[in-house]
Design a protein around this ligand. Structure first.
Ligand code: FAD
Length: 376
């Protein structure tokens, strides 16, 4: 008899959230991933999290801890998106009758809040990842991110497409308040996002995500602070005020990852181990937390209504896959399509995409639909 019902491999945000959600249902969880592999000190990313992700984090008692940290989560009230030839579309929480369009969350604070909550989780045992006997369980939930080694040993059918781009992240401070406005520029070949945030300076900071072809990103990373700030301010045209660096800069190479098989007898993939998308829409972790939410619900329902069924039963796991594969493929298609649409510098296409963007902005039902999709 196994000491655990489910082994969660990987202590990224998806793995930790899954372990907490399962423990809350009474499953005995073994969580692997050692501290050295997991620690990401100084992670400069900010995550834009949607309403569904926030609901899950509230349920697993992590969201309140983030809010109590004071400046670790900031509401997005408005969003301004610009094209590369006058195209423009704006979204507002007020117009959509929502309290916020999204929350911007400090990646490191989220990691820490999840780790803290795990210390109090009644049914989670942290086990060494290289001790198969200690981690043995009827179900292995693979949450090891896009380069998962456990998944590589299975017949999951992984397809990876390198974008040839690097996303550069940093914290910025502006000379005027952000007023909860997120800004994004779709250009050719770069995409730049400013996410309103309260660290390092309350009310005046931004998380920067600037994706560029590798060579251009490496050049920007190598610039001294003053030269980088000059390029950044030229790229944003003063829309958010004068911007200066509030942190170091770091880069992440970007790729699109899809798996053909999400589950098999005794295993299932979750989060970036199942899908990796371009961060231009800020949806990667939202998709991962939606996976967590769905998988925990499917397993919880089976525990209540089909107690004879093992959590590793593939027929049970396919219920999770049926719910998650389609929205994930749709988001991967959308981010990939947008990227390619704006990567083409040809003049007729440029005019068309900019006109299309502005025309969308004039259609309130379409905007409501877009915001609705992004919120859940
Ligand atoms: C610049 C940038 C900005 C982003 N912005 C957003 C955003 O605004 N909103 C959003 O929703 N998403 C965003 N994302 C995407 C988000 O970062 C990812 O989707 C998210 O981190 C995936 O979490 P995960 O837990 O699935 O995987 P990971 O974060 O990759 O975690 C996997 C964990 O598993 C561990 N691991 C690996 N192999 C093993 C093994 N063999 N055994 C045990 N452990 C193992 C790893 O060390 C790691 O700790 C962004 C990404 C980037 C690069």
């Amino acid at each position: 008899m196994n000491a655990h019902d489910i082994c969660v491999r990987g202590q990224g945000p998806a793995g930790r959230a899954l372990a907490l959600a399962l423990s809350a249902q009474g499953w005995r969880v073994a969580l692997t991933g050692d501290a050295a592999r997991t620690a990401r000190p100084g992670d400069l990313r900010t995550y834009a999290l949607n309403a569904r992700a926030v609901k899950l984090l509230s349920r697993i008692k992590v969201w309140d801890a983030l809010l109590h940290a004071g400046d670790a989560a900031t509401r997005v009230l408005d969003m301004q998106v610009c094209g590369d030839d006058g195209g423009h579309i704006a979204f507002s929480a007020w117009e959509q009758c929502e309290t916020e369009l999204a929350w911007i969350v400090d990646a490191q604070a989220l990691d820490e809040a999840l780790a803290q909550a795990l210390r109090y989780a009644a049914h989670v045992a942290v086990v060494p990842e290289d001790d198969p006997a200690a981690a043995a369980a009827p179900l292995v939930a693979i949450c090891e991110g896009a380069r998962s080694a456990t998944r590589a040993a299975l017949d999951a059918g992984v397809r990876r497409q390198e974008y040839g781009h690097t996303a550069l992240a940093a914290r910025l401070v502006a000379d005027r308040p952000h007023a909860g406005v997120a800004r994004q520029w779709f250009r050719s070949p770069d995409i730049l996002a400013l996410l309103p945030f309260d660290r390092p300076e309350p009310g005046r900071s931004y998380g920067l995500v600037w994706s560029q072809p590798h060579a251009q990103a490496q050049r920007l990373l190598a610039l001294d602070d003053a030269a980088f700030e000059a390029e950044l301010n030229a790229a944003t045209g003063g829309a958010a005020g004068a911007l200066r660096l509030g942190s170091a800069r770091a880069g992440w190479p970007l790729s699109l990852v899809k798996v053909e098989r999400w589950c098999g007898p005794g295993w299932v993939v979750v989060g970036d181990a199942a899908h990796q998308v371009h961060p231009l829409a800020g949806q990667g972790l939202n998709l991962g937390l939606a996976d967590v939410d769905t998988l925990a619900r499917v397993l919880g329902e089976a525990r209540r209504h089909e107690p004879w069924r093992s959590p590793g039963d593939e027929r049970l796991l396919r219920r999770y896959v049926r719910e998650r594969a389609a929205p994930t493929a749709a988001m991967a298609g959308l981010t990939d399509g947008l990227l390619h649409l704006f990567a083409n510098p040809a003049a007729p296409l440029r005019e068309l995409r900019n006109r299309g963007m502005t025309a969308l902005g004039a259609l309130p039902p379409v905007k409501r639909w877009l915001v609705g999709r992004a919120l859940d």
